[in-house]
Design a protein around this ligand. Structure first.
Ligand code: E4P
Length: 223
């Protein structure tokens, strides 16, 4: 399973990268706005700065909703760096753009997926990734994890190469269930990635090991 971090914060991306388990980054216009990044030049420079931190897979979202401008923006974003994956929304013009841009070897992440039908269309159009937003489905009392399971089954039936990128992940259980179900990628905030490390028995166990060591060793912990 690939781990992406869902943020536009350079310090958070660096912290996750330093852990050694990060495979990519997803951003969206809301996350860019949260970091105060506005204006085309600043936005493009920020994507480049993200690409300079990680090894691959930096999702950068188009703003346009008409075909001509989705294509233009998509091509411009893809030129920033080979690591860029262009994020295109699940709308009719977006599907046409996915078909065209993927034929130009531009990798696409189709975003704002909320049902399996949308995922099938995006996969058939040639998206490299489809992003079901499971937390937002949970928010409206629908079962986000059930969608992941359904998508995994459908994609397996037909051997689709498109990867299922579970998005809008809010907690560790979401991530673990996605892994159980076979999602190819999970994108989540830094707090969820770091939360995976934690268990109170790990902390208390380590504290006791160190205390017991000091009972019979007066010198500091060996280097
Ligand atoms: C994914 O690519 C999106 O940026 C993200 O996961 C949305 O998450 P949210 O529902 O927490 O905003």
């Amino acid at each position: 399973m690939k781990f992406f971090i869902d943020t536009a914060s350079l310090s958070e991306i660096q912290e996750a990268y330093d852990l050694g388990v990060l495979d990519g980054v997803t951003t969206n216009p809301s996350l860019m706005a949260k970091e105060g990044i506005g204006g085309k030049e600043n936005i493009f420079n920020h994507y480049k700065a993200i690409c300079n931190i990680v090894d691959n897979n930096v999702s950068a979202e188009v703003i346009a909703t008409d075909l001509e401008n989705i294509l233009r923006e998509g091509r411009e974003l893809a030129k920033i760096d080979d690591k860029i994956v262009v994020k295109v929304p699940m709308i009719k013009e977006g599907v046409k753009a996915i078909k065209q841009l993927s034929s130009e070897d531009i990798r696409i992440n189709c975003t704002l997926i909320f049902n399996a039908g949308q995922a099938i269309i995006a996969a058939k159009a040639g998206a490299s990734y489809v992003s079901p937003f499971l937390g937002r489905l949970d928010d409206i009392s629908m079962d986000g994890l059930a969608l992941i399971q359904q998508m995994v089954r459908i994609f397996d039936n037909y051997g689709f190469e498109t990867e299922i990128l579970a998005a809008s992940i809010r907690n560790n259980l979401h991530l673990i269930h996605c892994a159980e179900m076979g999602a190819d990628v999970a994108t989540c905030p830094l707090s969820v990635i770091m939360g995976l490390l934690k268990h109170p028995l790990t902390d208390s166990g380590l504290e006791k090991f160190i205390a017991d060591y000091h009972k019979v060793n007066s010198e500091a912990v060996p280097v």
